[in-house]
Ligand binder design. Structure first.
Ligand code: C2E
Ligand code: MG
Ligand code: MG
Ligand code: MG
Length: 292
């Protein structure tokens, strides 16, 4: 149906054309944006934590914080259904600040030097005041900066490279570690590995999926592991779903693995961690502080 919807743009008296579907999509996006804003204010966001498993010691090295929306009617919603809108609307900057605070407050209660990995969107790096957010969350939670790992994707690097590089250097100067997430997807460029100060490479799940099927993925994963070792970067493989994949990664010298075979992401109160007295960190107060 090619029917076009004609609308007068207010005030200018000029006609513009919309496809009805387009109009509906825009209205749904706007509605979702308002709902997300309310969700942030109402404390409907929650973090789940997935173990990062260290192969050399067969123990947990840390956890990745993954955002969930506990919708009052629709139940738990995964980030794939709302991160895009949060980014388009700019709301990801505020949501991202809440995530940082919440994840770091949680990690500050873990005994030992377990790390917490936090996903950071390209929009937060471009428009957000990420450096200030990190510094203020570090001081509010008392977390050792060396226990914080920020996960960024290659899309971040495709934008303003100079500004991005400067920001990453400032974050690293604080002691914060930087991981390159979903490596191998998108517009992977070896040039990024040369120019940017990554501490860790996360090999995307798509390469792990058919790692043991005798295809090209085996050679690619081996090369990435070799490259990372030569560049002094740590390695982790995402999406490990069976024992054969885990063995193949161990045999190839991958340092950490993450995936359903080890564990799904869990709510904070189900984590297999020993907690310190710092469990008294007032998370509800932090929630309030960022709720407005
Ligand atoms: P990601 O950072 O690459 O996170 C890994 C995703 O893979 C998670 O999905 C995780 O639950 C899923 N996963 C883990 N192990 C397995 C496995 O063995 N098999 C399969 N099939 N999947 C596995 P999730 O939680 O739905 O998150 C999706 C994406 O949303 C994340 O991908 C990340 O890009 C984004 N995201 C999540 N939390 C945040 C956040 O707080 N801020 C921002 N900006 N983005 C976030
Ligand atoms: Mg990630
Ligand atoms: Mg990933
Ligand atoms: Mg991914």
């Amino acid at each position: 149906d090619m029917a076009l919807y004609e609308a007068k743009s207010a005030g200018r008296g000029m006609a513009s054309l919309y496809h009805p579907d387009m109009k509906r999509v825009l209205m749904e996006q706007r509605a979702l944006e308002l709902e997300l804003r309310a969700a942030l204010a109402n404390g409907e966001f929650e973090l789940h934590y997935q173990p990062l498993h260290q192969l050399s010691t067969d123990s947990i090295a840390g956890f990745e914080a993954l955002l969930r929306w506990r919708h009052p009617e629709r139940g738990t919603i995964a980030p794939g259904s709302f991160i895009g809108i949060a980014e388009q609307s700019g709301l990801i900057v505020q949501i991202g600040e809440w995530v940082l605070r919440e994840a770091m407050a949680e990690a500050a209660t873990w005994e030992g030097n377990l790390t917490v990995a936090v996903n950071v969107s390209a929009v937060q790096m471009r428009d957000g005041d990420l450096l200030r957010q990190v510094i203020s969350a570090l001081s509010a939670t008392g977390l050792d900066p060396r226990r914080l790992e920020l996960e960024i994707t290659e899309t971040v690097l495709m934008q303003d490279q100079e500004a991005c590089l400067a920001l990453l250097h400032r974050l690293r100067a604080l002691g914060v570690r930087i991981a390159l997430d979903d490596f191998g997807t998108g517009y992977s460029s070896l040039n990024y590995l040369r120019s940017f100060p990554f501490d860790k490479i996360k090999i995307d799940r798509c390469f792990i999926e058919d790692l043991c099927n005798g295809g090209e993925s085996g050679a690619i994963v081996e090369s990435v592991l070799d490259l990372a070792a030569r560049l002094n970067m740590q390695t982790i493989a995402e999406g490990v779903e069976d024992e054969a994949q885990l063995h193949a990664l161990r045999a190839r010298g991958c340092e950490q693995v993450q995936g359903y075979w080890i564990s799904k992401a869990m709510p904070a109160d189900e984590l297999p961690v020993v907690r310190t007295a710092r469990a008294a960190v007032p998370v509800p107060a932090l929630r309030q502080a960022t709720g407005g």
